[in-house]
Design a protein around this ligand. Structure first.
Ligand code: MSP
Length: 508
């Protein structure tokens, strides 16, 4: 069976520098991509940048350069950060690429020919200084929600997508695919929005230039969201390389933040159904990060630059923290105190000490050589059985993006191992010349080897270091999860004797 998996991040607006929120979605996708590869899947992992629209046009204008040049400058910020964060994406889309524009125009044209896009008039409240339309509901006491000035009622010619026609099909989809949107609260949000009835959607603008013109009516620019969502097709070769496209579509998971749920849970499947493509299997929405208890904003000056965090705490520590601290799906708060607390408590104390103690004991009591286990007894069976049980738990949780629970399972193994060492007291066994010393250290070694594999999607580099410390020279990213999840004795273990702490404590 050909196991394949397609996962995406949103494509990021280039009018902003990448911050912790962007890093979060991208790392979340990277974790799943790495995990699926361990399970033997062929993974397509797509990310990219959203480069059209009025904001980009304006930002470029302010700099006195062409929007294309502005985009070229900004895109490196993202690709640089992904390199630093060890992101293993296999594709990258920029919406200004020719191949993408071709796909967007094609989809627009076909949906138009089908009669699902028509020319009409858009009427709403327009704020002239902000150059933006608002619905009645979005206004704040009748004023523009951004600048608080009085908007005017304006009409503009616009193409519309017949979203109203897709309310029923969407409800059927939601009924049939109960896990179409994860977690449940987000599913309910979308379901009740659709049940409330859908208005047709304006899918073109005439108020700015920077975008993809409507085929046959170039005065109109295709709405940025119609353009942006289509990247998920472009990225896997739609129109250009249909073999790859057909291998990976429908997408397994679009990872997004909760703020862009409607676009992915309502508009996107409707566009796809209209064109005649199967909607994605899952849309997974996560929560938002605040910083030291406050909303992140440029004006507050509290925007977190991931480069800074990585420099101070380490890449893997940052990746770990984001998913250990907050259940995926809920909002979380980033604080220096919290990250230091996690690194010192979970990584340095609980796990780091366990690893150091184990390596030291193997060096001292077995001269660095793991051997076949001898007499069984004590907590041996308990350790092996529970490690197996917790691996299962881990897998169940990984499958549904419950990363924090998967990490909890790892720490349960760690805690069992710490207890095991205390109860079996290897130093006593060694002193007595009891052959059980081999069994106990064999079990610990095996659990540690597995723990490193379980950590791998979250902390790829640290996991490799752990393997090295316990005498395994193989590349951890190439192993098979199913092979590694049992207790066994490989014949290529190097002598194990010394370890430099993998997770040093951070002094405050
Ligand atoms: N360009 C659109 C997406 C188009 S996808 C077809 C966009 N870009 S964005 O750059 O503004 O945001 C991208 C992602 O970053 C979103 O998933 C958003 O939820 C996430 N985050 C932005 N700020 C965030 C936090 N403070 N916390 C967590 N994630 C947040 O929207």
């Amino acid at each position: 069976m050909d196991k394949k998996y397609y996962i995406t991040t949103p494509i990021y607006y280039i009018n902003d520098v990448p911050h912790i929120g962007h890093a979060y979605t991208t790392i979340a996708a990277d974790i799943m991509a790495r995990y699926k590869r361990l399970l033997g899947f062929r993974v397509f992992f797509l990310t990219g940048t959203d480069e059209h629209g009025q904001k980009v046009e304006k930002a470029a204008e302010a700099l006195g350069i062409h929007p294309r040049e502005h985009a070229d400058r900004m895109v490196d910020r993202f690709t640089d950060l992904w390199r630093v964060l060890n992101i293993s994406n296999t594709g990258f889309v920029r919406t200004t690429e020719e191949r993408h524009k071709k796909v967007v125009r094609h989809i627009f044209q076909k949906v138009f020919e089908k009669g699902d896009i028509y020319l009409g008039e858009y009427e709403d409240w327009y704020c002239v200084p902000c150059e933006a339309y608002y619905t009645e509901l979005q206004l704040k006491d009748g004023a523009c929600p951004d600048c608080l000035r009085k908007p005017e009622k304006l009409k503009e010619e616009s193409f519309f997508f017949k979203l109203s026609k897709y309310a029923e099909p969407l409800l059927e989809l939601l009924e049939k695919q109960k896990d179409f949107i994860l977690p449940d609260i987000r599913y309910n949000e979308v379901a009740s929005f659709v049940k409330g009835g859908l208005r047709d959607l304006s899918v073109s603008r005439t108020s700015f230039q920077w975008g993809i013109p409507v085929p046959g009516n170039e005065r109109h620019i295709i709405y940025v969201w119609f353009d942006a969502l289509t990247n998920y097709l472009t990225g896997i070769g739609f129109l250009e390389d249909m073999d790859t496209f057909n291998t990976f579509w429908p997408c397994d998971a679009h990872l997004i933040g909760k703020d862009i749920l409607r676009f992915h849970g309502v508009y996107w499947p409707s566009f796809l159904m209209s064109y005649g493509l199967t909607p994605p299997k899952h849309v997974v929405a996560h929560g938002w990060w605040t910083i030291e208890g406050q909303k992140m904003s440029k004006s507050l000056g509290n925007v977190i630059d991931p480069h800074e965090i990585v420099k101070t705490y380490g890449v893997d520590e940052f990746r770990f923290f984001l998913f250990r601290e907050v259940p995926f799906g809920l909002d979380g708060d980033f604080s220096k105190h919290a990250i230091v607390h996690r690194i010192n408590g979970d990584l340095a104390n609980d796990f780091g000490n366990l690893t150091s103690r184990s390596v030291t004991m193997i060096g001292k009591f077995l001269q660095g050589k793991i051997e076949r286990p001898e007499a069984k007894g004590g907590m041996d069976d308990f350790v092996e059985e529970n490690t197996m049980r917790l691996i299962n738990e881990y897998q169940k949780n990984m499958e549904v993006f419950a990363y924090h629970k998967a990490l909890q399972s790892i720490f349960e193994i760690v805690s069992i191992l710490n207890k095991y060492i205390d109860s079996e007291a290897p130093w006593k066994l060694a002193k007595e010349g009891n052959p059980r010393i081999k069994t106990v250290l064999y079990n610990i070694w095996n659990s540690l080897r597995i723990v490193a594999v379980l950590f791998y999607p979250f902390m790829p580099e640290r996991s490799q270091q752990i393997w090295k410390a316990i005498g395994i020279g193989r590349s951890i990213e190439k192993v098979s999860f199913d092979e590694e999840k049992r207790f066994y004795l490989p014949d290529d273990i190097a002598t194990i004797d010394k370890i430099t702490p993998i997770f040093p404590r951070i002094e405050v």
